[in-house]
Design a protein around this ligand. Sequence first.
Ligand SMILES: CC(C)(COP(=O)(O)OP(=O)(O)OC[C@H]1O[C@@H](n2cnc3c(N)ncnc32)[C@H](O)[C@@H]1OP(=O)(O)O)[C@@H](O)C(=O)NCCC(=O)NCCS
Length: 182
Amino acid sequence: MSEPFIYSITEALRDGTRILIRAIRPEDKPLLLKHFHSLSERSIYYRFFGHKRSLEQADLRGLTELDFVNHVGLAATIETEGTERFIGVGRYLRGVDEAAAEVAFAVLDEFQGRGIGTILLHHLAQIARRQGINKFAAYVMGDNHQMLEVFANSGFRTHDRYDAGTVRVTLDLADSPKDSRQ
Ligand SMILES: CC(C)(COP(=O)(O)OP(=O)(O)OC[C@H]1O[C@@H](n2cnc3c(N)ncnc32)[C@H](O)[C@@H]1OP(=O)(O)O)[C@@H](O)C(=O)NCCC(=O)NCCS
């Protein structure tokens, strides 16, 4: 297992809330399932491009048993009374072109718009660059303004291609972005 497996960094949201950004581990299946069931139908639709009622065991294995080389997954978590909760998840999967990866995010609705998607993107980009990935790409529903805004404001050079209600967004990770979170 490579270094990001132990990835664990504390971040502060704009309102001062402390969150942990950490690698997703195989034993996180219950936390990930709870996170999924706490998402609104709309957020699930935007994330999975369709309606999805639950995550099967095979889905959970695929989403938590990661090699951190071709599939990297990070969770944003908070701890309340000693119990950790996933409030956001971001991941990338390396493509056939090994210098490019598909990214995807899901932040709990009640925590959206507080900078978590942006923070996850920047951590994923840092890990990706260390692993020789210089492009992130994502299919985004055309009306998913929040996701499009996160990419547009990320500080990375972006390229958008519109196709039948979806946007194919490509981010160039080669240059360090100005930190757009300040
Ligand atoms: C898309 C998503 C990951 C973004 O995460 P987030 O934590 O909400 O994003 P951030 O708080 O970092 O940024 C949201 C930005 O979107 C913009 N925004 C927020 N609400 C918006 C709206 N209704 N319309 C347009 N832009 C909006 C803002 O510019 C905000 O940035 P700012 O607060 O710095 O100005 C999250 O909303 C989510 O999980 N949505 C459901 C699943 C999904 O769409 N996944 C993407 C599939 S690839």
